[in-house]
Design a protein around this ligand. Structure first.
Ligand code: ZN
Ligand code: ZN
Length: 320
């Protein structure tokens, strides 16, 4: 392809990439094709003038790629292409103090397609707070390539800022939509999806326990408020069993905190806290980009606080 037609093709694809970001696993065959095309273009010319565009295409593919298996061809192709870009561009000369890839990926992913449209068209007003040339800087492109690598193979590019693993983001978005009363199309059975919170808590231990207690707590609040059929009773029993087991695992002795801040009272916010605390990468993101309504990490992880939360949830479920 000539540069011109390649540029037109990349522009054309922005809408498709943004749909892939939003719908995650609606059309896996289409998304696989989009990923393979990005990877092929990058592998052919990792230093090329459109490397920024194809690389951001892969960033927008990360929610979808997290639903694939590591051995799937498109995952491997995306990783190899991102690695080629990183190697080609990471040491390019640059005078910027910082680069957009260092921002909060969770908050930025939804705006990335707009940035791409503005980058591709000088005629559009520039609306991002960071300068356009920092987005186009080869080191930024290499940074976004490392974000792709780190998401696909955690530990492969540990210098990028932490972000919630996309598998957890998938679960968070699905449960949030249920709790907001508008389940996503991928939710076939609400009770079934909610029951994963109980089974995940039932299977977890150690560092992930606090997060899973809070996720299950948010689900228990939701069930208490919204559900009143036979399927809900089964879910209540599963949740109660999981909380009982969790309480048994927690060292509930005295702790150094004078008091513990509450979980946010809003169900979806409590869920957000829990999903972030359920993985090391999520906890790192939680600490780096604190939300004003979320309790500080050290007290949120305190076993005495986690045990008290689990006991409160258990009592409410049993008395419901
Ligand atoms: Zn730079
Ligand atoms: Zn404490």
């Amino acid at each position: 392809m000539t540069d011109r037609s390649s540029a037109e093709r990349a522009d054309e694809l922005v809408d498709a990439w943004d749909e892939m970001r939003e719908y995650v696993d609606h059309e896996p065959r289409t998304y696989e094709g989009l990923v393979v095309e990005c990877a092929r273009e990058l592998a052919a010319d990792p230093r090329g003038p459109l490397a920024y565009s194809w690389t951001l295409g892969l960033v927008l593919a990360l929610p979808y790629l997290a639903t694939r298996k590591p051995e799937d061809g498109d995952v491997g192709a995306a990783f190899d292409a991102a690695q080629a870009v990183d190697r080609a561009l990471r040491d390019a000369p640059c005078t910027h103090q910082g680069h957009p890839f260092q921002g909060d990926l969770e908050g930025e992913l939804g705006n990335m397609a707009d940035v791409l449209r503005e980058l591709a068209d000088d005629g559009r007003p520039w609306t991002d707070l960071r300068p356009r040339d920092a987005w186009l800087c080869p080191r930024n492109v290499a940074g976004h390539a490392r974000v792709v690598m780190e998401s696909l193979r955690p530990g492969s590019a540990g210098d990028v800022p932490p972000f919630l693993p996309f598998e957890d983001r998938y679960e968070l978005e699905g449960l949030t939509a249920i709790m907001e009363g508008h389940p996503l199309a991928r939710t076939f059975d609400v009770a079934w999806d909610l029951s994963f919170a109980a089974s995940a808590l039932q299977e977890t231990a150690d560092d992930e326990l606090a997060g899973r207690v809070f996720v299950a707590t948010a689900v228990a609040w939701y069930v208490e408020a919204e559900a009143d059929d036979a399927a809900a009773q089964e879910l209540v029993d599963e949740l109660a069993d999981a909380f009982e087991r969790a309480i048994g695992l927690l060292d509930d002795g005295p702790c150094p905190h004078g008091a513990h801040p509450d979980l946010p009272g809003d169900t979806t916010e409590a869920l957000w806290v829990g999903m972030h605390l359920a993985s090391a990468r999520g906890r790192a993101a939680y600490e780096k980009w604190p939300e004003p309504w979320a309790p500080p990490l050290d007290t949120a992880l305190c076993p005495a606080f986690v045990a008290a939360t689990a006991r409160d949830s258990l009592t409410r479920l049993r008395n419901g």
